[in-house]
Write a protein that binds this ligand. Structure first.
Ligand code: OOG
Ligand code: NI
Length: 313
C-alpha cells in the first residue's frame, strides 16, 4: 500500500537521522541484541513552537494525510506545553507519534519576541510561515509530498537560521524546551523500546538494570521508573547524548540532543488474562510521567550524570 510505504520510508529516514547522532540509541540496541532480544519501537516524539505553521499541526498534518489519527491530548502546566499523540489504525506495527508544542504566548515578552522574530526568518522552501503547511490541501498526493518535504527533508538543519549561542542560552534560562526546539527544530528527540513486546525483558526495571551495567545513564527525575500498572503504563529513559551542534556564525557548541525511552504498556483492565494482544493494551500517554521524561534533555539530568561519572573514576 502506497501510504504505508511512504510512512515506512519516512520513519526510516527519521530513525537514521536520529541514530546517527544519538549514540545512546545504538548502545541500547547493542545491549538488547547481545541479550538475544530485538528492537520494537513503541513511539517517537517531536517538539515544536506553538505558532501558526510551526506547532503540533505542522508535524501532525503530513502524518494524518498518510492515515495517522489524532488520539490523546495532554497539557503540562509548569512546562507550558500542550501535546497530542497519533496512532496508525491500519497497522499497529507502525509507531505512535507524540507531538508537543510550547505555549509561546505564555513566555516572557523577551522570549516571545525572539521566537516570533526568528521563526519569521524561515526559508520559504520549507513551506512554513506565510503558507503554513497546516493549510496545505492534504487530499492530494503532491501536497502530501510537498508537506513531507517541507517538514522533514532538511533534517540536518532547522527550518529557521541557526540561532546564536547567546540566544540559545537566553531561551534556556526560561525554558529548556524552548532552547532545544530553537537549536534542533523538527528532529525526533527519542525512539522508544516497547518492553511489552520484548522477549528478554519482563519489566522496565530489567532493561534499566541491563543498560546501567554498561554505564548508560538514566533520567531519575521522579524516580527511575515513571508510572505503574495503575496508569497502564510504565516508562523510563536515558539522559540525552551531548553532541557538537552548529550555531550562527559557524560556531559549534556541545549541547544535549536525544535520548531513548523504554515503555511497558498494560491492559486498561489489568485483571485481563494473558497473553495480551495489541488491542487489549492502553496506547495513550501519562502526563505525570511525560512531564519527567521531557527532562531527559535538561541540563540538570545531563550534568548530574556527568558529575557522577567523574566520581566513579
Ligand atoms: C517527550 C516527552 C514525553 C512520553 O513518552 O511520555 C514522552 C519529549 O521529550 O519531547 O515522550
Ligand atoms: Ni516518549
Amino acid at each position: 500500500m502506497r501510504r504505508k510505504e511512504i510512512l515506512l520510508q519516512l520513519l526510516d529516514k527519521l530513525h537514521d537521522s536520529y541514530a546517527s547522532k544519538a549514540l545512546v540509541a545504538l548502545r541500547v540496541k547493542q545491549v538488547i541484541e547481545s541479550l538475544g532480544g530485538h528492537y520494537v519501537n513503541d513511539h517517537i516524539a517531536f517538539r515544536t513552537f506553538g505558532l501558526p505553521g510551526f506547532g503540533i499541526n505542522s508535524i501532525a498534518a503530513p502524518f494524518q494525510a498518510l492515515g495517522y489519527q489524532a488520539c490523546g491530548e495532554y497539557y503540562f502546566e509548569e512546562k507550558k506545553l500542550n501535546a497530542i499523540h497519533l496512532e496508525f489504525p491500519e497497522d499497529n506495527t507502525l509507531p505512535k507519534i507524540f507531538i508537543s508544542e510550547l505555549m509561546v504566548e505564555r513566555m516572557s515578552p523577551k522570549v516571545q519576541s525572539f521566537i516570533r522574530a526568528h521563526t519569521r526568518k524561515v526559508d520559504s522552501s520549507f513551506g512554513r510561515g506565510v503558507i503554513g503547511i497546516d493549510q496545505v490541501n492534504l487530499d492530494h498526493f503532491d501536497s502530501i509530498r510537498h508537506a513531507l518535504t517541507a517538514t522533514f527533508l532538511h533534517l540536518d538543519a532547522t527550518p529557521w537560521p541557526w540561532v546564536t549561542v547567546e540566544d540559545y542560552k537566553m531561551l534556556k534560562q526560561e525554558s529548556e524546551y524552548a532552547s532545544w526546539v530553537a537549536a534542533f527544530g523538527n528532529r525526533v528527540n527519542h525512539f522508544t523500546i516497547a518492553i511489552h513486546q520484548s522477549k528478554v525483558f519482563q519489566e522496565v526495571a530489567d532493561i534499566n538494570e541491563a543498560v546501567q551495567k554498561v554505564g548508560i545513564k538514566l533520567n531519575d527525575s521522579g524516580g527511575l521508573v515513571k508510572g505503574s500498572v495503575d496508569v497502564s503504563l510504565e516508562q523510563s529513559s536515558t539522559v540525552a547524548d551531548l553532541v557538537y551542534w552548529p550555531f550562527a556564525g559557524d560556531k559549534l557548541e556541545v549541547i544535549p540532543y536525544a535520548y531513548i525511552e523504554f515503555a511497558r504498556r498494560f491492559p486498561k483492565d489489568a485483571s485481563l488474562a494473558k497473553p495480551w494482544k495489541h488491542e487489549d493494551l492502553y496506547h495513550g500517554f501519562e502526563a505525570m510521567s511525560a512531564d519527567k521524561i521531557f527532562e531527559s534533555t535538561y541540563e540538570e539530568q545531563v550534568k548530574k550524570n556527568e558529575k557522577s561519572e567523574g566520581k566513579t573514576e
